[in-house]
Design a protein around this ligand. Structure first.
Ligand SMILES: [Zn+2]
Length: 382
């Protein structure tokens, strides 16, 4: 009998339903377009033309040509996908979830493109030099290198990547800092920093996260949250993020990624050998025209594993929530922060089971509120 509670009884507005349905279809369309492009490149042999052009422009130097191929492939993907991205930008405006100017959005697109070209080029150069030199064990070696890259990226992301798109500054609020210190002491741990994340320039949605590894470990709180939530509600959010820290969720997620990537590389090796040895589509393993095939394997892997990885993420979220329930004196501000978040972000409080199972990295708001209320009752009884 949860529906009798005035807090959980809030139903989803038709607006929230519509917004989330469009967003889901947008995500699916984006995936189909990307997937379709890979298939077209491979089936029509266009990837071979692109490679030849890259060699021509790169004066036959392997590494230069490889980077040029990556740039052309990414340009092609961007041009084909930009319409859907612009639609997504308009969607946020139509639902009053963003005030970002078109120029700001375009600049973000340019920056995002450049950052991904640089990262993708580094990854491609490493991957294909391993493929050239260690054809037999390339997938194991590449996996080991990727593992190192994951750890490195998790470490530098908060200080190098995020600041390219958002401004951050150390939290100045003494009351909140004191609350965090108290929470940390209870947990017997220490998060080095709490940062104000200036999200309001791009979105009206509220958010918070635990990021970084080791020295860069920090909690980031969006200004859209800091400005609109009570100190008790922000404390509840902080406690949840601290829960991720205490339960080592970032490290564990890297561990899960490691297993997934190992299977991915193993599958890529199989597929690549079939394409080269049996179908003779590519002359060698290191012919970088086979890149769309590698991306295709990775895409299929992530599609197949999406429900499992989302289930794992929801498990972690529930664990962080329970940690928050234990740490704060009452769960009431947790419940009110959840309801505020749902309204502000136009989130569906009660998505269908299938949608939650397939797409959601977090349990639905209604489930999180129910868990808090159940906790409250259990505490009251004991
Ligand atoms: Zn979380």
């Amino acid at each position: 009998m949860v529906a009798t509670s005035p807090i959980t009884a809030q139903p989803d507005s038709p607006e929230a339903r519509r917004y989330n349905r469009i967003k889901r279809w947008l995500g699916i369309a984006d995936f189909v377009v990307g997937f379709g492009l890979l298939i077209v490149l491979l089936v029509t042999g266009l990837t071979g033309n692109l490679r030849d052009l890259a060699y021509q422009l790169g004066r036959q130097y392997y590494t230069v040509s490889l980077i040029l191929y990556v740039v052309m492939l990414m340009l092609l993907t961007k041009v084909i996908g930009i319409g859907l991205e612009y639609y997504g930008f308009r969607l946020e405006h139509n639902y009053r979830l963003s005030n970002q100017k078109l120029t700001g959005w375009l600049w973000d697109q340019v920056k995002g493109f450049l950052v991904s070209v640089i990262l993708a080029s580094i990854v491609a150069v490493i991957l294909y030099s391993i493929l050239r030199q260690y054809a037999q064990h390339w997938w194991l070696l590449s996996w080991a290198v990727f593992l190192g890259l994951f750890v490195l990226m998790a470490q530098i992301a908060p200080v190098v990547l995020f600041p390219i798109f958002y401004k951050f500054e150390p939290l100045q609020n003494d009351d909140l800092k004191a609350r965090l210190v108290r929470l940390s002491e209870k947990a017997g741990t220490r998060v080095r920093g709490v940062y104000k994340w200036k999200l309001s320039e791009k979105s009206n949605k509220a958010n918070a996260a635990l990021t970084g590894l080791g020295a860069t470990r920090r909690i980031i709180l969006a200004d859209t949250l800091l400005d609109n939530y009570s100190p008790e509600e922000i404390e509840a959010v902080l406690a949840h993020e601290l829960g991720h820290h205490v339960h080592r969720h970032i490290l564990k997620s890297i561990g899960v990624q490691a297993v997934v990537t190992l299977i991915g590389f193993w599958a890529a090796n199989l597929v690549l050998h079939v394409a080269v040895d049996r179908w003779h589509v590519f002359e060698t393993l290191s012919d970088f025209a086979n890149m769309p095939l590698l991306i295709l394997v990775a895409t299929l892997m992530s599609l197949l594993l999406m429900p499992a990885l989302n289930a794992y993420s929801r498990f972690n979220e529930r664990q962080a929530d329970r940690y928050a329930f234990r740490s704060i004196s009452t769960v009431t501000p947790f419940i009110s922060s959840m309801n505020k978040l749902a309204s502000q972000n136009l989130a569906e409080r009660t998505p269908s089971k299938l949608v939650e199972w397939l797409f959601h990295s977090h349990p639905s708001i209604s489930r999180r509120v129910q868990a808090a209320e159940a906790w409250n009752k259990a505490v009251a009884r004991s």
